[in-house]
Design a protein around this ligand. Structure first.
Ligand code: 4NP
Length: 175
């Protein structure tokens, strides 16, 4: 059984699978994973929707999240157990919604899908779900200070209602 299905609940039988994706899978996408999982649970969808994360690069595979990401999540009451993973081609088909943090992640994913000959219409920029977002990217906080990590968390929170509304709509309308 793949890691994805193991994480997707018993037998991997959740109805809708979300994956957040950044570059290293140690800063932005783990924050997005934890915040979105909490919002999904608050919305009563925990049984139907799984949230995972990965990175387009494999440099940090097997590592915990960056200590600044862990501290930021802890300070804001979001739990996370993490082991970084690199995005796999087979996950395009396994996932229902793939949320890229920035345009570079988006381009890497859509190019990978094109090379693999699979659809990428479910790859979206996370901030496209925040109608008030002044820009569409979640900037990489890796080389900056701790405030950048809090900013990432706030951007994810701001997009979360839109993501949940999208998931509800998908669950309601798709075959
Ligand atoms: P992330 O941040 O993509 O949000 O996890 C980064 C983590 C590591 C590196 C770059 C960005 N790195 O160059 O190792």
């Amino acid at each position: 059984m793949s890691e994805v299905l193991e994480r997707g609940g018993p037998g991997g039988t959740v109805a809708f699978r979300i994956m957040t994706v950044c570059l290293g899978n140690i800063c932005r996408s783990p924050i997005a994973e934890s915040v979105l999982r909490a919002k999904v649970a608050e919305s009563g969808l925990a049984e139907q929707v799984s949230v995972e994360s990965s990175g387009t690069a494999g440099w940090h595979s097997g590592s915990d999240a960056d200590p600044r990401a862990r501290a930021t999540l802890e300070q804001h009451g979001y739990p996370l157990r993490h082991s970084a993973r690199q995005f796999r081609r087979s996950w395009f088909e396994a996932m229902d919604l793939i949320l890229a943090m920035d345009r570079s992640n988006y381009d890497d994913l859509t190019e990978m899908a094109a090379r693999a000959g699979v659809r990428a219409s479910h790859v979206r920029l996370l901030r496209s779900f925040d109608p008030a977002a002044p820009e569409d990217e979640v900037p990489d906080p890796y080389y900056g200070g701790p405030e950048g990590f809090v900013a990432v968390l706030r951007m994810v929170e701001a997009a979360s209602d839109g993501v949940v509304a999208h998931v509800r709509e998908q669950l309601r309308t798709r075959p």
